[in-house]
Design a protein around this ligand. Structure first.
Ligand SMILES: Cc1ncc(COP(=O)(O)O)c(C=O)c1O
Length: 383
């Protein structure tokens, strides 16, 4: 039997996201870091949690970082801290992961679905305007928009602020896929009133389980977020000042995050090299992703579009090359969400993208020979 070092490239297994390759880089340090938590035993709010929050704040420049138990919880905490609830409209893209729309529904607000732009797949400010009009007609109070940095690229915060400032709304950045990216030179975490992110293992910055964080520069919102994270606790555990959750980040996950942060910038740079290589190899064959000149992306996904998407997926599958469809069913078409309003004019871009997108393997450890094999397979599928 051949080992993978000697197998021909066409037989090498292809990972969609390769966390084992990352372990080869930092595994020993990671095990030592986890071992330190096991030794001190402070599993809840141990010193690693405050340290990870400090490092994240220093990295993106946010004044406050409140770590928490998942990206979904981070979104819910932000809405709870701002007391968003019944009668409030929260505008969300339908072309995103479910959690973006789930969070407003959990707090009793009404998600109102907005279309995305055809080039960046991020919220379309003109569709947001039309959605606000629909919300007002149905008697809802426009509260905020959840701007998703889809596939790793920031939404257009200045264009969104033009809309939200006219309607007395605020912006919640869902940076679950984009943390580490920059908008006009500013790091995500500082581009909206509140930013939420996820440390789910497959995210560009992931831990070894569930985790997340909320970022804000506002002292009062930060204080409320810390209360929400632990049952609405006030000065001590005998005082409850609001309704809250059990939503802390475990010390072990914080220790994992601290190790991953040491290589995060290098990994983001490597992802960009791999994305550029894909784009050079696939230009003119499929529609390759567009990153705005004033943004950077962390390439949570490398997602192309093609009317022959299903053919590409089937063909790559026969060659053991994994692909994923993010997202084949827009959220507004899913049963729990069908009753919620959508922007005037509907969501035609979202509906087309659901038919045409396909995400290719993307991680910092994708080698050039494997990538060449993927590029050749896509080219052959559409030939
Ligand atoms: C855009 C977006 N928002 C929110 C989440 C939720 O994060 P988590 O899985 O940590 O709850 C995800 C995770 O997949 C996501 O991609």
């Amino acid at each position: 039997m051949r080992d993978s070092a000697t197998a021909p490239v066409e037989l090498l297994p292809v990972a969609f996201i390769d966390l084992q390759a990352q372990r080869a880089r930092i595994g020993a340090r990671m095990e030592a870091a986890i071992g330190r938590v096991l030794a001190h035993g402070g599993f809840i709010m141990g010193p690693e949690v405050a340290e990870a929050e400090r490092k994240l704040a220093a990295q993106c420049g946010a004044k406050h970082v409140i770590s928490c138990s998942s990206g979904t919880t981070a979104l819910v905490m932000a809405l709870m801290a701002k007391e968003v609830g019944r009668g409030d409209a929260v505008f969300v893209p339908s072309f995103t992961f479910t959690a973006t729309a789930e969070a407003p529904a959990i707090v009793g607000a009404t998600p109102v679905f907005v279309d995305v732009l055809p080039d960046t797949y991020n919220v379309d400010p003109a569709s947001l305007e039309r959605a606000i009009a629909v919300a007002r007609q149905t008697g809802l109070r426009p509260a905020c928009v959840i701007a998703v940095d889809l596939f790793g690229q920031p939404a257009d915060y200045d264009a969104l602020k033009d809309v939200t400032s006219r309607h007395d709304m605020w912006i919640l950045d869902d940076a679950a896929q984009g943390y580490g990216a920059h908008y006009k030179g500013r790091a995500l975490g500082t581009c909206a009133e509140i930013t939420a992110t996820s440390f789910y293992p497959s995210k560009p910055l992931g831990c070894y389980g569930d985790g997340g964080a909320v970022f804000t520069d506002d002292d009062d919102i930060a204080r409320r977020l810390r209360q929400v994270r632990v049952h609405g606790q006030g000065h001590d555990r005998n005082e409850n000042v609001r309704i809250g959750l059990t939503a802390r980040l475990d010390s072990i996950q914080a220790a994992v995050l601290l190790e991953k942060l040491t290589i995060f910038d290098a990994e983001c740079a490597e992802r960009n090299v791999i994305a550029a290589r894909y784009t050079a190899g696939l230009a003119g064959v499929v529609a390759t992703p567009v990153v705005r000149a004033d943004c950077t992306s962390v390439w949570a996904q490398y997602t192309v579009t093609s009317p022959r998407r299903d053919r590409i997926a089937a063909s790559l599958q026969t060659q053991n090359i994994p692909t994923q469809i993010f997202y084949s069913k827009p959220i507004h078409t899913q049963p729990p969400y069908r009753g919620f309003p959508v922007a005037g004019g509907g969501l035609p871009v979202t509906e087309r993208l659901a038919q045409e997108v396909i995400s290719l393997p993307m991680h910092p450890y994708l080698t050039a020979p494997i990538q060449d094999r993927i590029i050749a397979a896509v080219r052959a599928a559409v030939a």
